[in-house]
Write a protein that binds this ligand. Structure first.
Ligand SMILES: Cc1cc2nc3c(=O)[nH]c(=O)nc-3n(C[C@H](O)[C@H](O)[C@H](O)COP(=O)(O)OP(=O)(O)OC[C@H]3O[C@@H](n4cnc5c(N)ncnc54)[C@H](O)[C@@H]3O)c2cc1C
Length: 383
């Protein structure tokens, strides 16, 4: 299964851009937990973050496979796309379910990078993975809604103009269906009142936050699609998210494998390169096989997505296999470097911390396994 030759220039262009953002750049930001403004601006200017926005709205109008190539190259170059990957896919909910007026108002500005739609407010501290039990409420009051509640892990909220927010508009017991009663809002974070954002310091530089809504009033035309249908809209955007994050994990795995193979060739101990020992070379080879297998699943998921076919199983499997491959490659790379793997200047410990996230977020391993068990294999629902 070879990749289309059309993607080679895109890969090359991303590699060229990333060469301006070497390890020192990321290390300095990591120490301060600072946001990579320059990197995000460069990706935006090149049109990469607008890859999936159609040309009629000023985007690059590229395919999912092209978006996969972009994110994979970013990570394979040692950069960190987590700072901005949501700009690529969060707009999908607006694109698929927004009104013509909303799309015309927001998508061109998002494509130009003038408006950042990077904040995705779904997870709450009390509900966790059980999204349907979220407690943030939005109550209609004249021509606006009043929102109260809290979200957690709302990444990039400080670096976003807009937030896609999921809130309950009909009490759970009164909703017509099990998944009904939740509504998606596009919130202008710059103009709204009653919104507080608090950064959470994490083990890696991720710009994540908790956000609080206290009588936050938003205009009624902030609703995306139909009131009460929000859960379905959020789910419909998840395949793109899974596929792109899987691509990032494949890129991470490539970075770890390249780094380990290069080091194993040059590091001499007991009078020979460490990579001459099977005990060192086999884990590198195993990590490589894992990465290649995951990349195939990412490609299959992207191909189905482009064809407009159901790709829920493939997107979930791609994300899980790629997250496992990148984590295995990270562990292998650190082991191959021995003590030097722990030194900041090698960048391995930083990438090791960064890639660990993806077996937990945006969906954790157990929930992917439950999805496959239930939706692909027809086993009874377990939760
Ligand atoms: C750095 C970071 C960034 C994030 N960014 C965002 C963001 O931008 N927007 C957003 O909305 N969310 C975001 N998240 C939230 C992320 O999606 C959740 O952390 C993730 O989905 C897991 O949910 P949880 O943390 O609530 O775990 P919980 O739901 O509390 O689960 C804890 C553990 O129990 C397991 N578990 C729970 N229920 C079951 C079950 N029925 N069967 C088997 N196992 C189960 C889970 O798999 C997990 O391992 C982010 C999280 C992190 C850490």
């Amino acid at each position: 299964m070879t990749e289309s030759a059309d993607l080679a220039p895109i890969r090359e262009a991303v590699r060229t851009l990333c060469a301006d953002f070497p390890g020192e750049y990321w290390r300095a930001l990591d120490r301060e937990r600072a946001y990579p403004d320059k990197f995000v601006a460069a990706l935006t200017k090149a049109g990469f973050l607008a890859a999936l926005i159609p040309e009629e709205y000023g985007g690059s109008g590229l395919s999912m496979s092209a978006a996969v190539a972009i994110m994979e190259e970013v990570q394979a170059a040692g950069c960190n796309g987590a700072a901005c990957h949501a700009q690529m896919y969060t707009m999908g909910t607006l694109l698929r379910h927004g009104s013509a007026e909303q799309k015309a108002r927001y998508l061109p500005a998002i494509a130009r990078g003038e408006q950042r739609l990077q904040a995705f407010g779904v997870t709450e501290p009390s509900s966790g993975t059980d999204t349907l039990s979220l407690r943030t409420t939005a109550v209609r009051d004249g021509d606006s809604y009043v929102i109260n509640g809290q979200k957690i892990w709302t990444s990039r909220a400080e670096h976003s103009d807009l937030m896609l927010l999921l809130a309950r508009t009909t009490p759970r017991g009164e909703a017509k269906t099990r998944t009904g009663g939740l509504t998606v809002f596009l919130v202008n974070m710059r103009t709204v009142k009653g919104l507080t954002v608090r950064p959470i310091r994490t083990m890696m530089n991720h710009a994540t936050t908790e956000v609080f809504f206290e009588n936050m009033r938003v205009p009624a035309d902030s609703v995306i699609g139909t009131e009460g249908e929000g859960f379905r809209y959020i789910l419909s955007g998840m395949n793109a998210e899974r596929i792109l994050i899987a691509a990032e994990c494949v890129g991470d795995a490539k970075w770890f494998i390249d780094k380990a193979a290069a080091y194993a060739k040059e590091r001499v101990v007991f009078g020979r390169p460490i990579g001459q020992n099977q005990g060192v070379q086999f884990p590198v080879a195993r990590a490589y096989m894992g990465m290649r297998a995951a990349a195939l699943m990412v490609r299959e998921a992207a191909t189905l997505y482009e064809a407009g076919e159901d790709c829920g199983g493939e997107a979930n499997m791609a994300k899980q296999l790629a997250a496992e491959a990148s984590w295995a490659a990270a562990d292998m790379c650190l082991q191959t470097h021995g003590g030097f793997g722990f030194a900041e200047e090698f960048d391995i410990e930083r990438k090791f911390r960064e890639t660990r996230l993806y077996t937990v977020a945006p969906i954790s391993t157990n929930l992917v396994l439950s999805y496959i068990a239930e939706h692909v294999l027809g086993l009874p629902r377990s939760y």
